[in-house]
Every structure is written in structure tokens, then in C-alpha cells.
Design a protein around this ligand. Structure first.
Ligand SMILES: Nc1nc2c(ncn2[C@@H]2O[C@H](COP(=O)(O)OP(=O)(O)OP(=O)(O)O)[C@@H](O)[C@H]2O)c(=O)[nH]1
Ligand SMILES: [Mg+2]
Length: 183
């Protein structure tokens, strides 16, 4: 039987969870996007109200089942549901938002158990126009809170950037598995 892993894409509204899954999926993506009526929160045309689903096959033949969460806070109850059974998470943040470190704090709380076991990677979008907070600032903030999580600057419209996030997540998972084996 093919080995399958569930990976969750979470993060703020408009950070690009749906975009990221569409960029890498090798099957037609199932989306639950509807017209975005909350244009104060983000001006984009559509927003996810349920989940996204796509798949990508790794070189060893195993399959990643990619689930995208809705970013709007009114759907926060979906985050826990979608986290169940996930091997790891890609958390996408958007540097154009008013307070990206506050967004980070919310996601540290919501995905704490995945983050604590080294099963997450953080991707920061739109750093070319909004370089602050820098990746170093995010890492310092994480360290202050006792988290060790890789942080990358990404443009999730690019397939290679999304694949790099997934590679980094798997490296983090391997490292945390070998740390645990050492005890
Ligand atoms: N300029 C720029 N646009 C980006 C970048 N990353 C993503 N986008 C755009 O930002 C939008 C992201 O939209 P979605 O993929 O729907 O975002 P989402 O995270 O799924 O949002 P919700 O489902 O509403 O939570 C798309 O229009 C992308 O093309 C980036 O790095 N630079
Ligand atoms: Mg979406």
C-alpha cells in the first residue's frame, strides 16, 4: 500500500494556503472558495470556507495529502479538526498584514502541539515589498517563546518555493525524530 502523509497548510487570510496547494498539487484541487465579502480583512476575490485538498507524490512514491485550512477567524474551529492526524503543518504568514508577529502568536497557540514536536515550518510571504519583520526577527520571537521552527521567506505562487517548504518540513521532522531517538 502507498504510504500517505497528511500535511496541513494553515495561516492568515490571504497568506496563500489555497495558492500553495494549487501550485504543487498533481491532482485537480478540491476547493471550497466562495466570494469574499470580508474585503476589510483582505481585498482578494475569494476565500476558503471549508478546506482545500490536493496531493503531491514524493520521489520514494509516498503521497502527501495536502489540506488547506480557512484563514478567517470565524472558521477557527476547522483548524483543530484539520490538525487531527496531520504529520506536520506549513504555517503561512503575510508581512503586509498590520501585525504579523501577533498573527504568529495566534498560530503558535493554535498549533502548539505540532510546533512543539518539530512538525511545522513557517513561510513568510510578500517580504519583497514588506521586509519587516525580518526572518531573523521571527526566529528571535520563536526562540523567546521556546520554539525551534524553521522560518523561510516564500512566494507560494512559485511551485519550487512550496516544495522547499515541504522539504524543510520533512527535514525538521527527521531531526526531531532523531532527537527523540537519542533519549
Ligand atoms: N504579490 C504577491 N502575491 C502573493 C504572494 N503569495 C500569494 N499571493 C497572492 O495572494 C493571494 C492569496 O490568496 P489565497 O491563496 O486565496 O489565500 P488563502 O491563504 O487561501 O486565504 P483564505 O482561504 O481566505 O484564508 C493570491 O491572489 C496569490 O496570488 C506573494 O508572495 N506576493
Ligand atoms: Mg484559501
Amino acid at each position: 500500500m502507498t504510504t500517505q502523509y497528511k500535511i496541513l497548510f494553515a495561516g492568515t487570510m490571504g497568506a496563500g494556503k489555497t495558492t500553495a496547494i494549487r501550485a504543487v498539487s498533481q491532482v485537480p484541487v478540491v476547493s471550497t472558495d466562495v466570494a469574499n465579502l470580508d474585503t476589510k480583512a483582505h481585498e482578494k476575490a475569494t476565500t476558503t470556507v471549508g478546506l482545500d485538498y490536493g496531493e503531491v507524490q514524493l520521489e520514494d512514491g509516498s503521497v502527501l495529502r495536502l489540506y488547506g485550512a480557512p484563514g478567517q477567524l470565524r472558521f477557527q474551529f476547522m483548524w483543530d479538526i484539520l490538525t487531527r492526524g496531520a504529520l506536520g503543518a506549513v504555517i503561512l504568514l503575510d508581512n503586509t498584514r498590520p501585525d504579523p508577529l501577533e498573527d504568529l502568536a495566534l498560530h503558535l497557540k493554535s498549533f502548539e502541539s505540532l510546533l512543539r514536536r518539530g512538525a511545522a515550518v513557517i513561510g513568510i510571504g510578500r517580504t519583497e515589498t514588506h521586509p519587516e519583520p525580518t526572518v531573523d526577527r521571527y526566529c528571535d520571537y520563536l526562540a523567546e517563546q521556546g520554539f525551534v521552527v524553521p522560518v523561510l521567506s516564500v512566494d507560494v505562487r512559485r511551485r519550487e518555493d512550496v516544495l522547499t517548504l515541504l522539504d524543510t518540513l520533512f527535514s525538521a521532522l527527521e531531526m526531531s525524530a532523531s532527537d527523540q531517538a537519542a533519549y
